[in-house]
Design a protein around this ligand. Structure first.
Ligand code: NCD
Ligand code: ZN
Length: 342
């Protein structure tokens, strides 16, 4: 196959940051995607409907002239989020979900929830108005091994949560394990996003020839059997699994540091990365639905109508693209890709 034409995809999990960083990264996403679910982990986070409205305006102002893009906003759940705030958020029409971060789990999560059971009144309201809950599904207990944090979260918190709120629509974000695939397959009212890095790489990549901080993200890459389970889920044609890049830009200096930040930047070449993952198992025919249909179906939004085209053509991922105080290193920088969006 030499050319691939797809309905324009959407990104159901994206970090755009704010200020100067927002202005630099947004055009990359706008080039490929029509809409994106915008993560609320700013400093300070997007906690209220007013915060979300103001952030949305800043995003709209940063869209390059003549381009179309719709930011789908989220609220950052804290111990103090009120049920009324989520009801008002749903009524606004532009807030599409509430994001749960366990306190301390990842970048800018210090405002996150200290005990998920404290939020039951909020979940009750969200279930009532049908506002989806997005989960960073990892426990943060220091006694749980970093590679087991997702699996333990499912057992300890997600299964009980779904028992308490069976109709609450949940997205288990950036799934990384066979355990998560298995759980999502067997539960109701649940979807899952899958990132390009978790489809393409296993945890060996972090340590290949030395430590590679640009492959460090959270949840951390897992062993090969898990990667294979994710590829199988993504290419299965099951509508529970859809595209969410988790593109999470950090400056080169904050990644290449004694205590480097978690996050991979993939907005530059996201659809090409997914195309390579799908092609590796001869499943390019399943890419369009994963990238462009199942996400809007889950969020009860119309599918996009315009199209994008990818050509079979070899190019090199740049070592760095311009960013803020220092450059931005794209996922798998310096390596060759065989698909290119025109
Ligand atoms: C994200 C970030 O940098 O904001 N980092 C990451 O490794 N994925 C936060 C997140 O989604 O966990
Ligand atoms: Zn994320």
């Amino acid at each position: 196959m030499q050319q691939l034409t797809l309905t324009r995809p959407d990104d159901w999990h994206l970090h755009l940051r704010d200020g100067a960083a927002l202005k630099v990264v947004l055009p990359h996403t706008v080039r490929q995607f029509a809409r994106a679910i915008i993560m609320p982990n700013l400093k300070p986070p997007v906690r209220s409907l007013a915060d979300a409205a103001a952030y949305r305006d800043r995003i709209l102002a940063a869209i390059p002239a003549g381009k179309q893009f719709e930011p789908l906003m989220t609220l950052y759940l804290t111990d103090n989020t009120s049920p009324e705030e989520t009801i008002a958020a749903k009524a606004s029409g532009f807030v599409k979900a509430v994001k749960y971060y366990p306190s301390g789990a990842t970048t800018n999560s210090e405002f996150g929830v200290t005990d998920i059971r404290k939020c039951d009144r909020v979940f009750e309201a969200m279930q009532q108005v049908d506002l989806p809950l997005l989960l960073h599904g990892e426990v943060t207990d220091k006694d749980v091994d970093i590679f087991d944090r997702e699996k333990v979260f499912i057992q300890r918190y997600l299964i009980p949560l779904k028992q308490r709120f069976p109709k609450l629509r949940v997205v288990l974000e950036h799934i990384t394990t066979a355990d998560a695939v298995e759980y999502v397959l067997n539960a109701n009212n649940i979807g899952a996003t899958i990132t390009p890095q978790h489809l393409l790489f296993n945890r060996n990549r972090i340590f290949k020839g030395g430590i590679n901080p640009h492959f460090y993200c959270l949840p951390i890459l897992k062993r090969e059997t898990h990667r294979q389970a994710l590829v199988k889920a993504a290419t299965s044609g099951n509508p529970k699994f859809f595209l969410g890049t988790d593109s999470a830009p950090h400056t080169r200096t904050s990644k290449e540091s004694a205590c480097g930040c978690a996050g991979c930047f993939s907005a530059l070449h996201a659809i090409e990365l997914y195309a390579e993952a799908f092609e590796s198992v001869n499943a390019l025919d399943k890419l369009e639905a994963f990238a462009s249909f199942y996400g809007p179906d889950f969020y009860q939004l119309p599918r996009n109508t315009e199209q994008i085209t990818l050509n079979k053509s070899t190019w090199k991922i740049p070592d760095e693209v311009p960013f803020t105080e220092s450059g931005l290193v794209p996922l798998n920088a310096g390596q060759e890709m065989t698909w290119q969006m025109v």
